[in-house]
Write a protein that binds this ligand. Structure first.
Ligand SMILES: Cc1ncc(C[n+]2csc(CCOP(=O)(O)OP(=O)(O)O)c2C)c(N)n1
Length: 339
């Protein structure tokens, strides 16, 4: 294959079992989101970050990730991707409840999950820092000749206003490394719309400035996203270098539970975008294709809801970090500088 060419998606993309797994992941994302907002309003978790509107981007990207080989460099709005990559619901809710049993001991902000065995890197809330990290990981794969490995890196369109994002794009092509950048373009960076950040309509166009291929896909269609990310991954393992995939979606909820989007965007705009909700659209498509029927979807939904509720009840009962452990992992040994 000619390096640099974006090949057609592999046959796996035509796999109904994969489509069903993506639908399940999307329904799970929505159920986790809804539960997170409820738990916050009940005062049980300090903050919730919804990914409503991003379900298709995340299912498509998460299933294009090759478990056991690739690494993931994601951001805070990526519950669907990490679940698709194999993170357990248990780990996700331990993070949301900030329990002592969480991988970070309850010290990270919610949804800032990590799993070394699964290749999910620890993340920072500082926008775009994961992009340079992903390029570093991809450079290591190249230097070690681990040719079947790819770093998959996600971010919002707001992240593309950060210098670190541009540095990552630049060195990804200079070093010609196996990295796939996925921009979840929901058109808002908290209260700042895309048009106030840049004159570009498509984030994918920014790739050309770095000699990189950029593609734009419908981020409400999980199969389109899967095909694009998978093709970019195939290109990367064939020595074709990095690709920027832009998936156009929308943020249906406020930025987080600490934000009130009614102060900066009219309800009608959000309602209009909701007509593109990726969930009913994908359900209808799979029903039409005969992959599942309406009763099957309803049953799946009910099973997922029961699973999420049982998990939140269980994790809520787990202990919070002990106060005495406040400086754990901060100072080595029993050192107590305040004494
Ligand atoms: C370097 C830096 N600047 C500002 C912030 C505050 N901040 C947190 S989220 C966010 C918006 C990011 O928007 P985008 O990248 O489009 O992702 P989205 O949240 O819309 O999915 C900002 C400005 C931050 N965390 N880091």
């Amino acid at each position: 294959m000619e390096p640099g060419a974006l090949t057609a998606a592999p046959a796996r993309a035509k796999d109904p079992a994969l489509w069903l797994a993506m639908l399940r992941n999307m329904l799970l994302q929505r159920a986790v989101d809804t539960r997170g907002f409820q738990l916050n309003r009940q005062g049980k978790i300090p903050i919730a970050m919804g990914s409503e509107g991003h379900e298709a981007v995340q299912a498509g990207t998460g299933f294009a990730f090759e478990r056991g080989r690739d690494s993931l460099w994601v951001y805070y709005r990526n519950t669907g991707i990490v679940l698709a990559a194999g993170l357990t619901l248990e780990s996700l809710f331990r993070s949301q409840f900030a329990r002592a049993t969480d991988t970070s001991g309850g010290r990270q902000i919610i949804n800032h999950v990590s799993d070394r065995a699964l290749g999910i890197a620890s993340l920072s809330s500082i926008i775009a820092t994961q992009c340079t990290h992903a390029v570093g990981a991809a450079y290591a794969y190249k230097l070690r000749r681990e040719n079947d490995r790819v770093a998959i890196c996600t971010f919002g369109e707001g992240a593309t206003s950060e210098g670190e994002w541009h540095e990552a794009m630049n060195f990804a092509t200079v070093l010609h490394v196996p990295v796939v950048f996925v921009c979840e373009n929901n058109r808002w960076a908290i209260s700042t719309p895309q048009r106030k950040q840049m004159h570009n309509e498509h984030i994918a166009d920014r790739a050309a400035g770095y000699g990189m291929q950029g593609v734009t896909v419908d981020g409400f269609d999980p199969i389109a996203v899967y095909d694009a990310v998978r093709a970019a991954r195939t290109k990367a393992v064939n020595g074709g270098g990095p690709t920027l995939v832009e998936a156009k979606c929308y943020r249906f909820l406020s930025h987080t539970t600490d934000d009130d989007d009614r102060t900066y965007r009219p309800r009608e705009d959000v309602e209009k975008e909701r007509t593109n909700d990726p969930l009913p659209r994908f359900e209808a498509r799979l029903i039409e294709l005969g992959v599942i029927d309406r009763a099957g979807v309803d049953e799946l939904r009910a099973t997922i809801l029961a699973e999420v509720n049982a998990m939140t009840d269980r994790i809520e009962g787990e202990p919070s970090p002990a106060g005495a452990d406040l400086y754990g992992n901060v100072y080595e040994g029993p050192h107590e500088p305040w004494r």
